[in-house]
Ligand binder design. Structure first.
Ligand SMILES: NC(=O)c1ccc[n+]([C@@H]2O[C@H](COP(=O)([O-])OP(=O)(O)OC[C@H]3O[C@@H](n4cnc5c(N)ncnc54)[C@H](O)[C@@H]3O)[C@@H](O)[C@H]2O)c1
Length: 419
């Protein structure tokens, strides 16, 4: 049996979706009596396609509106918390309603009956570790022994809530023990989507990252519309339509995903040049392109971030290997290469014993920048002579460097090495 606490967009969709997909009995509870009454009468309190039909179909058999928290959860093995998490005026997430609901629900957990609490509300990274686990422990319950815990962010879109819930692209489950993970895997086996088991904090982070990316794309489009409107002869509708014909948006797997990948910053001939040029042009037009400026700022900041990572684990007199000089793999182009900026910052910071290797770009890099570093002929040569290695270009042949050496510290600046 399943309980869903909070019957807003997410909670009602979750409750009906789980009833529909699993055939299990789902008890839903909302603290708002008006909402409970409307649902009892078969009325969905907001417009969302399919929910009215599904409410009528499941109400009273697989979906029961509970009159109180106790009735909802007393016999449930899985309890989904779908409470709102609005921000206060400073942007801080108000966790109290969610924490209060969890606290109240603990009153109805018997020591003998194991229940898994599943947090579906969107919460800031660290919330489960720093607030929810301490709360449960303060009530004398042991995580994984008396109560199972999982963070299971929801990615549905309003207006498409039913389809998105029933046919998710991915299911993210933040867990810390095998039992909670098994319970959710069993439940979500009814859905044909890959299940990613991650830490609590990573699950929370993935949800925020997903929405932040969407917000950045919208702001990007809006910045372009505001900037574009400072020119005559720009047809924004047409420009956006043609922009989206790029097959990097449409392939399968969509190559656009390679742009949403952390690394050591974008480089090459075009991206740095064109973004800077557009900023300059915008300013000439009297438009301040704040988002684009931040894009460049972050691209610079991430290089110092990589240097700081090196500084944390490599001392200045050690031999430091740099893997990758070209701005991207399968290329010998070093124009705008992030490796150049990073090596220059490492030199400035006192690393004078640097050796670099790139499968194609050693010579071109040396001739272009003439930096006081050595070059290795082969990957193996570099690995033998260095104390530590930082990978800056994602060449396929670098992917397995961890297994090619036993005693070297390796900093994966591209987040792609196999462990
Ligand atoms: N709306 C979306 O598109 C969407 C998508 C993904 C994730 N989320 C996240 O899911 C969570 C819920 O969002 P929503 O849009 O469904 O919110 P909502 O405000 O529509 O619904 C929340 C419900 O929780 C009820 N509630 C509050 N305290 C309660 C308590 N102690 N016991 C029982 N019920 C209680 C409220 O009465 C309300 O009906 C939020 O964290 C949100 O960020 C929302």
């Amino acid at each position: 049996m399943i309980a869903v606490i909070g019957l807003g967009f997410v909670g009602l969709t979750t409750a009906l979706g789980l009833a529909d997909k699993t055939g299990q009995k789902v008890y839903g509870y909302d603290s708002n009596p008006l909402r409970r009454a409307e649902l009892h009468d078969g009325q969905v309190p907001f417009y969302e396609p399919h929910l009215n039909e599904k409410l009528k179909e499941h109400m009273g058999n697989t979906f029961i509106i509970a009159e109180n928290m106790k009735q909802a959860i007393i016999n449930a093995e899985l309890i989904f918390f779908c409470i709102g998490t609005p921000n206060d005026q400073e942007g801080r997430t108000e966790l109290n309603p969610l924490l209060q609901a969890i606290d109240e629900s603990i009153n109805y957990t018997e020591d003998s009956a194991y229940k898994t609490f599943v947090i579906k509300s969107t919460v800031p990274p660290g919330t489960t570790e720093n607030h929810i686990i301490p709360l449960i422990k303060s009530r004398g319950k042991r995580i994984g022994k008396d109560i199972g815990l999982a963070n299971n962010p929801e990615f549905l879109r309003e207006g498409m809530a039913w389809i998105d819930f029933i046919e998710p692209d991915r299911i993210v489950v933040g867990v810390s023990n095998g039992q909670s993970s098994l319970v959710l895997e069993k439940l979500y086996a009814h859905f044909s989507a890959p299940i990613y088991k991650v830490s609590f904090t990573n699950a929370e982070f993935i949800k925020y990252m997903s929405n932040s990316l969407l917000a950045t794309m919208i702001s990007f489009a809006n910045e372009m519309s505001m900037l574009g409107s400072t020119f005559e002869h720009i047809d924004l509708k047409q420009a956006f339509h043609i922009l989206k014909q790029d097959k990097r948006w449409t392939g399968s797997p969509a190559p656009m995903t390679s742009y949403v990948y952390p690394g050591s910053g974008f480089g090459g001939y075009c991206l740095p040049k064109d973004v800077s040029s557009l900023i300059h042009t915008a300013e000439e037009q009297g438009y301040m392109p704040t988002l684009l400026k931040e894009v460049v700022h972050v691209n610079d900041k991430v290089k110092s971030f990589i240097v700081a990572k090196v500084e944390q684990s490599v001392s200045k007199n050690e031999r430091l290997g740099i893997l990758g000089l070209a701005f991207k793999p399968e290329s010998d182009d070093v124009r705008g290469s992030a490796s150049r900026d990073i090596i220059e910052r490492l030199l400035a910071s006192g690393y004078h014993n640097i050796v670099a290797f790139d499968p194609m770009a050693n010579l071109r890099f040396h001739e272009s920048f003439n930096l006081p570093i050595a070059y290795a002929e082969q990957l193996q040569d570099l690995l033998e002579e260095c104390d530590a290695v930082v990978v800056l270009t994602a060449w396929e042949q670098f992917r397995s460097v961890r297994s090619m050496t036993t005693n070297k510290r390796i900093i994966d600046g591209r987040y792609f090495l196999t462990e």
